[in-house]
Design a protein around this ligand. Structure first.
Ligand code: SF4
Length: 365
């Protein structure tokens, strides 16, 4: 672990006190913390020793790293070079071959018990040879590297829940990190890809408070995954009035009406897209005219076609909501966003609507 504190490091880099406090304000807002906590964050961060981070990429598309390198709050440059010591990253590191593996081994040895392990991608269990790095299977590399980790951040839906590689028929026997590592704290930062500021916010929380943020029942940081997209969607007033786009180019679509009938999964998807947005806070899929596909939920790829509408809620919204897919899709597929117990409860209590009924409701309202 680097010997100097973060405060010393930042001063060496020429960062002024004013800029540092601005940086802390950005962290507080990214972590959904009160501005009143900024001085405490500043104090904690200044005193912390920069932790070593090892980042492993398994069965993934590099979208998670792409997402991180588009981060704006705090900047990835600030995070990587000023806040953490990224000792090993398959995509971003300059070293390759034996030198890269030597860097990983050295970081593990020097910082045993203290480094943060970030993982993106799922792990194939059917045949370890499906995915190897430097001749080491993903399974062995994960087990070996996790041994000395203080905490693991599973970045992206593949690492958190298996993601796309786990979609039917799951040809590689893909599993998430939490299926293999059971004796370390794991934070799931789901999304395909995850929101950049959520990745950096979680790392900043660990840096600031030396522990994990509050997690939801799927192991995700509650500050970012506590509410559904639907709860925070700017199109929600149209949903409440029953004003829905019926096609992607009709008058309703042009007027920015709700995308519910076009398959939006916002009501059963928990993430912060509607507030943090993407591309430096420019927009998010719903603002660009496409419904939410539910990518931060387990098994999102397998259940409920992207353009099939959910049936209307039976009374509640948010985490206790009960939804079904209209137009005859299996009810069990409708509630994929919830954990198993909630799914079973939802299937029992489900009120199923046909697309005709849904359309009639829209016309009547
Ligand atoms: S259904 Fe989708 S578009 Fe409509 S209000 Fe909810 S999240 Fe927004």
């Amino acid at each position: 672990m680097p010997k100097n504190t973060l405060g010393e490091h930042l001063r060496q880099q020429g960062m002024s006190r004013r800029s540092f406090l601005k940086f802390c304000s950005l962290l507080a807002s990214g972590m959904a913390l009160s501005p009143a906590l900024v001085p405490r964050i500043a104090q904690a961060l200044e005193a912390t020793r920069r932790p070593s981070v090892i980042w492993l990429s398994f069965q993934e598309c590099t979208g998670c790293t792409e997402s991180l390198t588009r981060s704006h709050t705090p900047t990835v440059e600030g995070l990587i070079f000023d806040a953490i010591s990224l000792d090993y990253h398959h995509t971003l590191q300059a070293a390759s071959g034996h030198a890269a593996e030597a860097a990983r081994e050295e970081a593990m040895k020097e910082n045993f018990g203290q480094y943060i392990l970030v993982v993106d991608g799922s792990i194939p269990l059917d045949n370890p040879g499906f995915s190897t790095i430097a001749g080491i299977s993903n399974l062995d590399m994960l087990k070996e590297t996790a041994k000395g980790a203080a905490a693991i951040v599973a970045v992206g839906t593949c690492a958190a829940f298996g993601g796309l590689p786990k979609a039917n028929p799951n040809p590689t026997g893909a599993v998430p990190v939490s299926d293999i590592i059971t004796d370390k704290p794991i934070i799931n930062v789901s999304g395909c890809p995850p929101i950049p500021v959520v990745i950096t916010g979680v790392l900043a929380h660990i840096l600031t408070f030396g522990g994990l943020p509050e997690l939801d029942d799927l192991g995700r940081p509650a500050a970012f995954y506590g509410q559904s997209i639907h709860d925070r969607c700017y199109r929600r007033p149209f949903y409440e009035k029953g004003l829905f786009a019926e096609t992607f180019d009709d008058e309703g679509a042009k007027k920015g009406w709700c995308l519910y009938k076009l398959g939006c999964k916002g009501p059963v998807t928990f993430n912060a897209c509607a507030t943090t947005k993407w591309n430096e806070g420019t927009s998010f899929p719903i603002e660009s005219g496409h419904g939410c596909i539910g990518c931060s939920e387990p098994d999102f790829w397998d259940f409920g076609g992207f353009y099939e509408a959910l049936s209307r809620p039976t009374g509640q919204t948010g985490k206790n909501a009960v939804y079904g897919v209209a137009a005859g899709t299996a009810v069990g597929a409708a509630v994929w966003a919830m954990n198993r117990a909630k799914k079973e409860e939802a299937v029992r209590g489900h009120e199923k609507l046909t697309m005709d009924e849904l359309n009639r409701e829209g016309e009547e309202s």
